[in-house]
Design a protein around this ligand. Structure first.
Ligand SMILES: Nc1nc2c(ncn2[C@@H]2O[C@H](COP(=O)(O)OP(=O)(O)OP(=O)(O)O)[C@@H](O)[C@H]2O)c(=O)[nH]1
Ligand SMILES: [Mg+2]
Length: 316
């Protein structure tokens, strides 16, 4: 019933791909930080330069102020004297905003099926991310059902079918134009009947009928909640990292509609503004759970704050 999955990359390859995915941000940020810090003098001019570098990496006004104020206070209180001290303090300030590593989206021992509702505007990377997630879960030996609840475009189902096939997951779809909530209901029944470990629900990103997109998503959410108040176990918003902070406004609307449990930030490989991860946490108060660093099936990583900040600042 659950088809054979594609061969995956090894762990070290994955780490390498994560690093490669952050290359643009690192090149811009770490290079400039390095030369600013090498200047030697720790004064207001240096803080101003750091602020500009952080701001350009898209970490957001609020986080920028918080980091710089934190550094200013520590320079005084802890008498930070060397650029190495300052670099360590900067790392700590960024980590303080990002917080502890977020929990896994499908922790071991979860009840079956664990339901992940995937949301986001048109083109943000929902379908691709679902393919990557399905592949990862299959790699962990879990059985996966995917609900094609983007019923507007026929091509949407075809695209999802390709990913389901690559990952070795089962796809539940219906005719174009069917109510997405009905597809979700059927997919949940199928996942239960097949005793699947995971149900991934792909949704539309665009307004395509008279119904408001948020209304449609609320209905999908409601169908799951009615079946089990614990469902969906995760409502994850896929945000395009290239659009950076412009995506945060939309994020508020999705959050109001269904209550988000996390963000999946995609296309970080296509931007030098990877600092947007910090802005998402600081401005939305919603943790980044996963990061997409490419179009390949292995290019999705759990968000690890320490690893991320170290890559950002080029600390190895
Ligand atoms: N470089 C890169 N491209 C990505 C990433 N994630 C998705 N993409 C690309 O982004 C484009 C849109 O991805 P989709 O998965 O179709 O986006 P979607 O949100 O399902 O779009 P709609 O169904 O139209 O709402 C595709 O060309 C993907 O290959 C990523 O992490 N890095
Ligand atoms: Mg899609």
């Amino acid at each position: 019933m659950f088809r054979k999955k594609e061969k995956t990359d090894s762990r070290s390859d994955r780490r390498g791909r994560f690093r490669a995915g952050l290359a643009r941000t690192r090149a811009r940020m770490a290079g400039r930080l390095g030369s600013a810090l090498r200047g030697g003098r720790i004064d207001e001019d240096l803080l101003e330069e750091l602020e500009e570098i952080l701001y350009e990496a898209d970490i957001g006004v609020r986080s920028c102020e918080r980091v710089i104020d934190g550094l200013r206070g520590r320079i005084r209180a802890e008498r930070l004297g060397s650029s190495a001290d300052l670099s360590t303090a900067l790392r700590e300030e960024l980590l303080a905003i990002l917080g502890d590593p977020p929990p896994s989206v499908a922790p071991a021992g979860s009840t079956r099926p664990r339901v992940l509702l995937i949301l986001g505007v048109n083109g943000s990377g929902k379908t691709t991310t679902i393919g990557k997630l399905a592949h990862r879960f299959r790699d962990e030996g879990k059985s996966v059902v995917i609900a094609a609840a983007d019923t507007f475009r026929a091509a949407a189902v075809d695209q999802l079918a390709v990913w389901a096939d690559r990952a070795g997951a089962d796809l539940i779809c219906q005719d174009q134009g069917t109510d997405p909530a009905a597809v979700t209901f059927d997919a949940l029944a199928a996942a239960k009947a097949r005793k699947a470990d995971i149900l991934l629900v792909d949704t539309a990103g665009r307004l395509h009928t008279k119904t408001n997109l948020m209304e449609e998503l609320r209905k999908v959410h409601r169908v799951l909640r009615r079946a089990d108040p614990a469902m969906p176990h995760e409502s994850l918003l896929v945000l395009d990292g290239v659009t950076g902070q412009n995506g945060l406004v939309q994020a508020h609307r999705f959050h109001e509609a269904v209550g988000l449990s996390g963000v999946i930030l995609t296309k970080i490989d296509g931007t030098a503004k990877g600092g947007v991860v910090v802005a998402v946490k600081a401005e939305l108060g919603i943790p980044v759970r996963l990061v997409g660093v490419g179009e390949g099936i292995d290019d999705l990583h759990d968000f690890d704050p320490e690893l991320f900040v170290d890559e950002l600042l080029d600390i190895s």
